[in-house]
Design a protein around this ligand. Structure first.
Ligand SMILES: Cc1ncc(COP(=O)(O)O)c(C=O)c1O
Length: 446
């Protein structure tokens, strides 16, 4: 088999060695969905076919693809400083970016710990929560509470607090001492709601039941997504997050928002915490921080959490945690350029402004064959399709495959739920195009 140099190779001649994550490998390798290039709202296949990106890559390219200022910043950084050690040394852009991220966060969320992904952000936040209680003399607070249908990445911490059975069932006993709140989704009560459903705030009270079972003195933290993206766009019911906040305050439990998807404009604000008027103790972020251009994640912590660690001899490390590539120079340069672009183009406010048009367009799919529910919030939509008899997930998969090969659009399928979340630069005409194409696809897989 002849292996050509990567630079000249548009279509690989050997698909076997790459074990593709979260993908049906055998089916993919029979009919690959390859992307060679991107610009603004579009991807292009190696043959040059355009695909409208209705998924923001993987919920991450919020500024659109290959935006010039971000590309230029990455190129300049690569030429200037490739790498600086993340431990005991640092570089100026790490501090600059931390200050910029902290300034976007509400309240006294003002210290930023960098890592490289959403999964690492979640594990970092969980570890900070445990260590925080420990350094304050409450070492018995070790329990972590997640939520059914939550997705917090794939680290052992994240899958333990996460609530997706397929992500958990093959991986042993996971972390000990984890409990779960019930999912906030109930189709009977909430079907076809735009934005936050009226029904469901009372589900936060389940936290009281869990706390009563274990005793507050053993509970470290609660982690939830303000909108559960990966399980099909499940927005928080009205009043739910403030209620969680109040119960956590009552019992001295830390509240962590996993804003890996909802951060950086997806719900019309820098962070969803702002949309809901709730200040969590920590925010996990990733994805949109660099508009997907360079891997980066992080945790924003309230001042009191950081301060709790700043005791003892000054030459001693305060938190034994970090990654070789924490605050990598390329990621910091990309992050700074991305935040500039969000600000210059007012993209968070833009997302908020077009949300009503977006949700109206999404709801136009109501009544099409097999559509059981449509949910929207910010620039996201989840469309539940009825499963084919004895083939759960097949209709959604067929829709995603057809969208790529025949309809020139990239969408995500989570089981039989179609999820769309375009870059925040999407135009009105492109919103119409997304939902017209989705209508065709839904009819085609009926
Ligand atoms: C809410 C949430 N947390 C964590 C993650 C994990 O992020 P990553 O894939 O960068 O590890 C994701 C990814 O989609 C996510 O949606």
């Amino acid at each position: 088999m002849i292996k050509r140099a990567a630079a000249t190779q548009t279509v690989p001649n050997d698909l076997e060695p790459f074990w593709i994550p979260f993908t049906a490998n055998r089916a993919f390798k029979k009919a690959p969905r390859l992307i060679a290039r991107a610009k603004d709202m579009h991807y292009y296949t190696p043959e040059g076919r355009a695909l409208l990106d209705a998924a923001a890559g993987l919920w991450c390219t919020n500024a659109g693809h290959n935006r010039e200022p971000i590309v230029a910043a990455i190129q300049a950084q690569a030429a200037e400083l490739d790498y600086a050690p993340a431990f005991q040394f640092s570089h100026p852009k790490a501090f600059e970016l931390a200050a910029r991220v902290a300034a976007l966060a509400p309240g006294d969320l003002d210290h930023v710990f960098f890592c490289n992904s959403g999964s690492e952000a979640v594990d970092t936040a969980l570890k900070i929560a445990l260590a925080y209680h420990n350094v304050r003399g409450q070492a018995a607070r070790t329990r972590l509470i997640g939520r059914e249908r939550g997705y917090h990445g794939v680290g052992f911490g994240g899958i333990s607090v996460g609530g997706i059975v397929n992500n958990r069932k093959h991986f042993g006993a996971l972390l000990a001492g984890v409990d779960h709140l019930p999912s906030t989704y109930n189709r009977e009560q909430q079907a076809f709601t735009k934005g936050e459903p009226e029904w469901g705030a009372h589900l936060a009270d389940e936290l009281e039941r869990i706390v009563a079972l274990h005793d507050a003195s053993t509970v470290a933290a609660v982690i939830v997504e303000p909108m559960a993206g990966s399980t099909g766009v499940l927005p928080a019911p009205k009043g739910y997050l403030p209620r969680l906040r109040a119960i956590c305050d009552k019992h001295g439990i830390l509240l962590i928002f996993d804003e890996v998807i909802t951060g950086f404009g997806r719900l019309g604000h820098a962070f969803a915490a702002e949309r809901y008027g709730v200040i969590p103790d920590m925010i996990c972020f990733a994805k949109g921080i660099t508009s997907g251009s360079v891997p980066m994640g992080g945790v924003i912590a309230r001042k009191g959490i950081y301060d709790a660690f700043m005791t003892g001899p000054e030459h001693v490390v305060e938190l034994f945690h970090g990654y070789t590539y924490s605050a990598h120079p390329l990621a910091c340069a990309a992050g700074l350029a991305t935040l500039d672009l969000y600000r210059e183009e007012n993209l968070f406010a833009r997302a908020k402004q077009i949300e009503p048009k977006w949700s109206d367009a999404a709801m136009s799919l109501k009544g099409l064959p097999n559509v059981l529910d449509i949910r929207t919030v910010g620039l996201t939509a989840g469309i539940d399709l009825a499963s084919r008899p004895d083939a759960a997930g097949r209709r959604g998969y067929d829709a995603m495959v057809r969208a790529f090969h025949e309809d020139g659009i990239m969408i995500r399928a989570v089981g039989d739920t179609l999820a769309v979340s375009p870059p925040l630069i999407v135009s009105q005409a492109q919103i119409d195009e997304i939902f017209q194409k989705l209508a065709n696809i839904i009819r085609a897989v009926a």
